[in-house]
Design a protein around this ligand. Structure first.
Ligand code: TPP
Ligand code: MG
Length: 317
């Protein structure tokens, strides 16, 4: 019960934060592009529930949920995505570069599949330094068309590194069905590398959390990499503003029937939980997000004069 409520809170935080971002983006308060994970929240919430801040997470262009689920502070998050100096990366990164190394959030990443080798390196560092930590690489089904995904699987398997490969398989890679771009199934690729693979319903947060817990425990025991493949649905366009002419509108209606948040809510109520507790969590999430947005609005923009600070290490001597 407690776990389900924690997952509910994380998923709701992601949903409410992203829907707020959609409005802010439409109003011109968010620079650049944003890609929302609405409908896919259970994957971030479930997988990250098995982690601690000593563990590392590398993400994708659709990375808000991963950052928030791994514990990124809401104030630092909104200010960053809104390009303000109080952002977690001082407003220099924005949506696709949200990172906070203090909690092992290695960053969202605009380059498809680029998070995988970064997480692989983190897994190697955890092993070499004996931290006991693990690394997670979130990636989409479209990333399987990138060579570096295959190289990552190879080294992770060969060196038995503590790397969890967490695939969000939403069937789409930008504006194309991913099956038109990727010949192999992830299960077959994992098998070819001798990596245990589990496929799960991407709307079932509890099942994902249990699978992640089991996988992370195996990683901590030094048993080598694991793959979790979540079948999920992308509710919105590839990016905000995407007119989605390539997609049958009926698909959106079908996707909405697989709402991970509604599912968690129903499971909690069916187990005898009180609706008032869920409503209280919703009110808390909304209030926290509203406060973070107000603070970000009031925060100054980054100063151009300081643009180089943080880009280069100070010269020695
Ligand atoms: C190396 C590289 N190639 C192409 C792109 C353009 N691009 C951005 S997202 C995307 C598709 C990603 O699909 P997937 O990995 O399934 O993630 P999803 O958007 O479905 O979450 C592509 C091809 C890119 N950002 N990086
Ligand atoms: Mg995809």
């Amino acid at each position: 019960m407690a776990d389900l409520l924690a997952l509910y809170r994380t998923m709701l935080t992601i949903r409410e934060a992203e829907m707020a971002l959609a409005r802010l983006f439409a109003d011109g308060e968010v620079p650049g592009f944003i890609h929302l994970s609405v409908g896919q929240e259970a994957v971030a919430a479930g997988v990250c529930s098995a982690l601690t801040p000593r563990d590392s997470v590398a993400s994708t262009h659709r990375g808000h949920g991963h950052a928030l689920a791994h514990g990124l502070d809401l104030h630092g998050f909104f200010a960053e995505v809104m390009g303000k100096a109080s952002g977690v990366c001082r407003g220099r990164g924005g949506s696709m570069h949200v990172a906070d190394l203090s909690i092992g959030m290695l960053g969202a990443n605009g380059i498809v599949a680029a998070g995988a080798p970064i997480a692989l390196g983190a897994a190697l560092a955890h092993r070499t330094r004996g931290t006991g930590g693990v690394a997670v690489a979130f990636f989409g089904d479209g990333a399987l068309a990138e060579g570096v995904m295959h190289e990552t699987m190879n080294i992770a398997a060969l060196w038995r590194l503590p790397l969890l490969l967490a695939c969000e398989n939403n069937g789409w890679a930008e504006f194309s069905r991913s099956e038109t771009q990727v010949a192999a199934r992830l299960s077959a690729l994992a098998a070819a590398h001798g990596i245990p693979h589990r496929e799960l319903d991407g709307a079932d947060a509890l099942a994902l959390a249990e699978a992640a817990e089991e996988a992370v425990a195996a990683l901590r025991r030094g048993e080598g990499p694991r793959v979790i493949e979540a079948r999920t649905r992308r509710w919105r366009g590839h990016f905000e503003g995407d007119p989605q002419r390539y997609r049958d509108p009926a698909e959106a209606a079908e996707a909405a029937a697989h709402d991970p948040i509604a599912r968690a809510r129903a499971a909690f109520l069916a187990a005898g939980g009180e609706a008032a507790r869920l409503d209280a969590i919703e009110a808390e999430c909304r209030a926290a997000i509203a406060a973070a947005i107000e603070a970000a609005r009031a925060a100054p923009a980054p100063r151009w004069e300081e643009e180089r600070s943080g880009a280069y290490a100070p010269a020695e001597g």
